[in-house]
Structures are given as structure tokens and as C-alpha cells.
Design a protein around this ligand. Structure first.
Ligand SMILES: Nc1nc2c(ncn2[C@@H]2O[C@H](COP(=O)(O)OP(=O)(O)OP(=O)(O)O)[C@@H](O)[C@H]2O)c(=O)[nH]1
Ligand SMILES: [Mg+2]
Length: 417
């Protein structure tokens, strides 16, 4: 379908910001399969309360729409249900705002039951007020048809729809709660078994998180030049394996004005990732708007309570553009790289392993011959540097996380009478 991207520029918004945002809306439109045939803008002190654009501009937009035979107007802001309704009535075609576009992409890309339920809840809470608006516009007619059939006395179609939405949302919420509970128990069990080092790849959508996931772990991950290709958190061990063994999570990308309902619903997906002790914040260094994207990601991370998790700032796609020297000077300690270069990926892997290796200590463990079944645990949780044996058992010189080593030492030390 042909679409026009359209936006009002308020005085507080710079030209660069405004253009970047509209370019992003184009990308979002492309991800949904729209062909963008026009760009329509107006400078205005504020949005028109009735229909977003001023009345003269609405005529212009109608002409432009007709000229390009575009069926869809995409608005680069979240607008109210009545603004959308009035605009569509005057201009013709369908009107979708930024929030709706993003929700639609999430809806199409959701695969797992968890992601599906989360997206559906966010969509329903967005749809609720819009249905109310539609019902209001339908007005008395809607009421006149009511009160028949199986519906309870005097309930209109609109009210019925809204009740259905509320019921469905409650149902989804309890499904989500059940899933969350199950994940918590699974996670607790997993962690009990293996106190593993975890790094989460976070960042703006399309920054290259899944590409890095694939490069770091050797596993398949969905990589696509689309916004929000990934909606679920996946977890894989870094490969080739490092000591300590590090688990990498790939996560859903962020975007400017991420619909609020989505932040809330994806919080549980992200929570799991945010249990990581390190966040590798991936930034597309080749995007002229990378600084804004970086700031948006940091804001969302704050919002979901990850402010204090240590960061490794990773500027990716440097093969496509960006100034390496400037980045290094401005962001001390950052990594500048391309996921397409093996050497760079190895450097990232090393930096991650070094982070988790920083609290490592060496110690000697004694494993009596009667306790050989504990070998597996020791070999899994630390590096065995050296092994000797005497008449009573094995002596292992190991290196690993201070806490893990402390625990092992408590159990496996030679007791001298
Ligand atoms: N030139 C270049 N392209 C890259 C690099 N890393 C990733 N890409 C491309 O960027 C696009 C997006 O990559 P993804 O890994 O899917 O990005 P993502 O961050 O997982 O995106 P979402 O899942 O949508 O949040 C793909 O077309 C990749 O091939 C890089 O270092 N250089
Ligand atoms: Mg991805």
C-alpha cells in the first residue's frame, strides 16, 4: 500500500531532529511493507487540537494523497483518537499514528506465546479509547441498535466491545502472570545450578544486536534489516567458550517514543536480560542520529530500572561509517567495531570475558578419592590450571570467580588433624 509520512514540526524541535524522526518513520513504514510516496510537513506552534494539522494544510494533504493515490497517512506523533478520526474524515484514506505503526510491527513480529500476549495487551489498551471514539462518532445509531439479542439491557455495541476488550485483557494478564511465575522458578533453579556470568546485548532497534549475538555465540539468530526483528530475549553461551563461561542475551530493540504499553509489557522480557551483570549497549555508529539513539536507549534503561548495571558501550557498523577517533575520545572505554570483522568480534569477546574475569582468584582445592563425583561441578564452574594427586586424593589448582571459589574451598580443602 502507498503511504505518506506526515508530521507537524513544533518550534522546540530542531530541523535535524525532525528529519531524523521522519526518516525513522519511513523505515518503520518500510518494515510494515508500505511504499512511501510522499512526505508532508507543517511548522506550527502546537498540534491542532481537532485534527493535528491546521485546516488549510488538511486540504493540501488531501490533494497530495489523491495525487499519489496513497491509502495511508502515517503521522509521526501519537495523536488522540478524535484527532485521528477527524483527520481521516477530512483527508480520506486511513490514518495511523507512530504508536500504531510500532504496535503493528510488534504484532507482526511476535513469535513466542509470551511476546504475543505482551503485544496483544499493549494493542488492546491502545485500541480501547479508539473504539470509544468510534462508538461516540457512531452515536445514537449505535444505541438504537442496542438492547436486543443476548446483550444485557441497554448495552451498546461500543460498550460490548469495550467489555470484551477488558475481559480479554484480564485473561491475557493472568496468562502473563502465570508465564512470569514459571520463568522465575525456572530461572531460580537455573541460577542455583550454575551461577553464570551474563551479558545482555541492548540497544536501539537495528543496531546489530542479533548480528553480534550470532557472531559471539556461533548460534543462529534472526538478523534482518528491519526494525524490531527481535522481540524475545534469547540466551546462548559465548562460543568459543571463555572462562568463566559467559551467557549472552539478545533483546528487543528500543526506539524513540516506544509506546508506553510496550515498555510495560516488555519489561518482563527485559527483566530477564537485565539480571545480567553487564549490559553491552550496542550503537549503530554509522547512523547520523546515533547520539539521539544512544540517549533514548539510556532513558529506557533508566525507566526499567537498569540504571546501575555496568555498561560496555559498543559502537558497531564502523565499516559503514562513523569516526572512530572521535568516538574513542568522547566515550572512554568504548569499543568501536564492525560485526562483519572477525578480529573485532574477537576483541569484543575478550572485553566481555575480561569484565567477568576481573574478580577471579586462584586457589588450591583438595578432592578426596571418595568425592570424585564433584569433579564435574568444579570443572564447570572454574578453570582448572593444574592437577596433581597423592594417596588421599586429587589436588586441583583452580582459577575462578571469588565467590564460587570461596564456596568450593569451604567444601574441598584438605583437613589436617
Ligand atoms: N555494515 C554493517 N552492517 C551490520 C553490522 N552489524 C549488523 N549489520 C546489519 O544491520 C542490520 C540489523 O542487524 P540486526 O542484528 O538484525 O539488528 P538488531 O539490533 O538485532 O535489530 P532489532 O532486532 O530490530 O532490534 C542487518 O541488516 C545486519 O546485517 C555491521 O557491523 N556492519
Ligand atoms: Mg535483533
Amino acid at each position: 500500500m502507498r503511504a505518506i509520512v506526515a508530521a507537524v514540526q513544533r518550534p522546540s524541535v530542531t530541523d535535524a531532529e525532525f528529519d531524523a524522526s521522519l526518516t525513522e518513520l519511513r523505515q518503520l513504514a518500510k518494515t510494515l511493507g508500505f511504499e512511501v510516496v510522499g512526505r508532508f510537513t507543517q511548522k506550527r506552534p502546537s498540534f491542532d487540537p481537532a485534527a493535528y494539522f491546521g485546516s488549510g494544510k488538511r486540504d493540501e494533504l488531501r490533494l497530495m494523497r489523491e495525487e499519489h493515490s496513497a491509502g495511508m497517512i502515517l503521522i509521526d506523533h501519537e495523536i488522540s483518537p478524535s484527532q485521528a478520526f477527524n483527520l481521516a474524515t477530512e483527508v480520506g484514506g486511513e490514518v495511523m499514528d507512530r504508536t500504531m505503526v510500532i504496535l503493528e510491527i510488534f504484532h507482526r513480529h511476535a513469535r513466542s506465546p509470551l511476546a504475543r500476549a505482551q503485544v496483544e495487551i499493549a494493542r488492546l489498551s491502545y485500541m480501547g479509547p479508539r473504539l470509544r471514539e468510534a462508538a461516540k462518532q457512531a452515536g445514537p445509531k449505535d444505541r438504537a441498535r442496542s438492547g436486543t439479542g443476548g446483550r444485557s439491557g441497554g448495552e451498546s455495541h461500543g460498550e460490548l466491545d469495550r467489555r470484551k476488550i477488558r475481559d480479554r485483557m484480564a485473561e491475557l494478564q493472568s496468562e502473563l502472570d502465570a508465564m512470569a511465575l514459571e520463568r522465575t522458578t525456572q530461572r531460580a533453579r537455573r541460577q542455583e545450578r550454575q551461577r553464570l556470568a551474563r551479558v545482555a546485548l541492548v540497544g536501539y532497534t537495528n543496531a546489530g544486536k542479533s548480528t553480534l549475538m550470532r557472531a559471539l555465540t556461533g548460534n543462529e539468530a534472526l538478523v534482518a534489516d528491519k526494525l524490531f526483528a527481535t522481540l524475545d530475549t534469547t540466551v546462548r553461551a559465548m562460543h568459543p567458550e571463555t572462562v568463566p563461561r559467559v551467557l549472552v542475551s539478545d533483546t528487543v530493540g528500543f526506539i524513540k517514543n516506544l509506546p508506553h504499553g510496550l515498555v510495560a509489557s516488555f519489561k518482563s522480557t527485559l527483566d530477564e536480560a537485565l539480571e545480567a551483570s553487564l549490559l553491552a549497549h550496542v550503537v549503530d555508529a554509522s547512523d547520523p542520529g546515533f547520539e539521539r539513539q544512544l540517549a533514548v536507549t539510556e532513558d529506557v534503561l533508566d525507566e526499567i530500572g537498569a540504571k546501575d548495571v555496568p555498561r560496555l558501550l559498543v559502537f558497531n557498523k564502523i565499516d559503514r561509517g562513523g569516526n572512530e577517533e572521535e568516538l574513542r575520545a568522547k566515550y572512554p572505554g568504548c569499543i568501536v567495531m564492525s560485526a562483519r570483522r572477525e578480529g573485532d568480534v574477537a576483541r569484543l569477546r575478550k572485553a566481555i570475558a575480561a569484565f567477568f574475569g576481573r574478580d577471579q582468584v586462584e586457589a588450591e582445592l583438595f578432592l578426596p578419592w571418595t568425592a570424585q563425583n564433584a569433579r564435574g561441578e568444579i570443572f564447570a564452574s572454574c578453570t582448572v590450571l593444574e592437577e596433581r594427586a597423592d594417596g588421599e586424593g586429587a589436588i586441583l589448582r583452580v582459577r575462578g570467580d571469588a565467590e564460587v571459589i570461596g564456596r568450593l574451598r569451604a567444601s574441598y580443602t584438605r583437613r589436617h588433624e
